[in-house]
Design a protein around this ligand. Structure first.
Ligand code: PLP
Length: 372
């Protein structure tokens, strides 16, 4: 039996200042109440087509094979890894955070040999480190995380991709946190296959995760003769639905597509560069305010920081879990703890989408000050 007295749920209104899920764009909430349509309804297919075009613009690519996978970010990660990593492949992972670890685990489960270049969490990799590592390992695939949400470090990929290309390796990038809030620029950077999510920089609910695959990479995939271990995430099968004649593979969830369409429309209205700049300004303001309160940024150099996800060590003697509880109780504000080896050591604070404004940053800083 359902246990709520009225059989209707009433979740509290929270201010999601964490690493995701982030605040949902109001227009996206509204869009989700439109009627569900059939999977081949011309109106639905038009919406799907517009979403794919909007995503290409955010990814900075002309890749035809740009589409939303029916999953959270990890599902999109698994889609890319399970389609491109084959048994016996050598995968070189730039590992300085929990999500690079997740890629390594997934690649291992595809029976690949995984080589890792590790650095302390919060650091990024230089071009000379990338050249040495890739030159030594000669991998088939190079993987890196563009915005490592477990540490707050941003790595565009420009220091890594040239060495990968020189070695003839395919480049995979985790753009789960960067898409929609920071530059991704797949074509410019030279990334072959990228995956993201909906619940961070796009200001949507989780459940529909964009991926983008270059023509060259898709041709490699089509040339694979053996069956993949995965069926649901087989991009060759999935692409048959997204392209004419729209052959059924899985049942898409129209409300999530409507939400993504509305979120992309509002990003287009603002302009992606204006949106990046707004996130950068909010992030700078937040870091300044946090430093004034005695917090210390984990990522040392400002140019290596994710604009919309700030990671800080709390002042000595402050219990980060107690602080988070007080913020939630008194202000309905959610911020996040560290992950993995940084659990209990840092706080992760997101200023994404609607929260990336001076007023919302100042409100958070005031609340934090009152809860110290
Ligand atoms: C960089 C990165 N990659 C992958 C994921 C996994 O995404 P999800 O939690 O949506 O499965 C996350 C989630 O926080 C992330 O930040």
């Amino acid at each position: 039996m359902l246990s709520t007295a009225t059989k209707r749920i009433a979740p509290p209104k929270r201010l999601l200042y964490g690493p995701g899920p982030s605040m949902v764009e109001p227009a996206a909430y509204e869009a989700m109440s439109h009627p569900v349509l059939g999977i081949r309804d011309p109106h639905f297919l038009e919406i799907v087509g517009e979403i794919r075009q909007g995503l290409r613009e955010l990814f900075g690519t002309t890749n035809r094979m740009t589409l939303p996978v029916p999953a959270s970010g990890s599902g999109a990660m698994e889609a890319v890894v399970s389609n491109f990593v084959r048994p016996g492949s050598k995968v070189a992972v730039f590992a300085a955070g929990a999500f690079a670890d997740r890629i390594s685990i997934m690649a291992g489960r595809q029976r690949a040999t995984v080589a890792r270049l590790e650095k302390p969490w919060g650091e990024v990799f230089s071009a000379s480190e990338a050249e040495e590592f890739i030159g030594r390992e000669r991998p088939d695939i190079v993987a890196f995380v563009q915005a490592e949400t477990s540490t707050g470090a941003y790595q565009s990929g420009r220091a890594i991709v040239p060495a990968a290309r020189a070695a003839g390796a395919l480049v995979i990038a985790d753009c789960v946190t960067s898409l929609g809030a920071m530059p991704v620029e797949l074509d410019d950077v030279g990334i072959d296959a990228a995956f993201s999510c909906s619940q961070k920089g796009l200001s949507c609910p989780a459940g529909l995760s964009p991926i983008s695959v270059s023509q060259k990479a898709f041709e490699l995939l089509e040339a694979r003769t053996e069956e993949l271990f995965t069926w649901y995430l087989d991009l060759r099968l999935m692409a048959k639905y997204f392209e004419p004649p729209h052959v059924y593979q899985h049942t898409p969830s129209p409300p999530l597509f409507y939400a993504m369409h509305a979120a992309l429309a509002s990003i287009e209205e603002e302009g992606i560069r204006n949106r990046w700049a707004r996130h950068q300004r909010a992030g700078d303001r937040l870091v300044k305010g946090l430093v004034a309160l005695g917090f210390e940024p984990l990522v040392r150099l400002p140019e290596n920081r994710i604009w919309h996800l700030t990671t800080v060590k709390p002042p000595v003697g402050l219990n980060e879990a107690d602080l988070r509880s007080r913020l939630l109780e008194k202000y309905s504000i959610e911020i996040a703890p560290g992950l993995g080896q940084l659990a209990g050591k840092i706080l992760r604070i997101g200023t994404m989408g609607p929260l990336a404004t001076d007023e919302n940053v100042d409100f958070l800083l005031e609340a934090l000050r009152a809860c110290l």
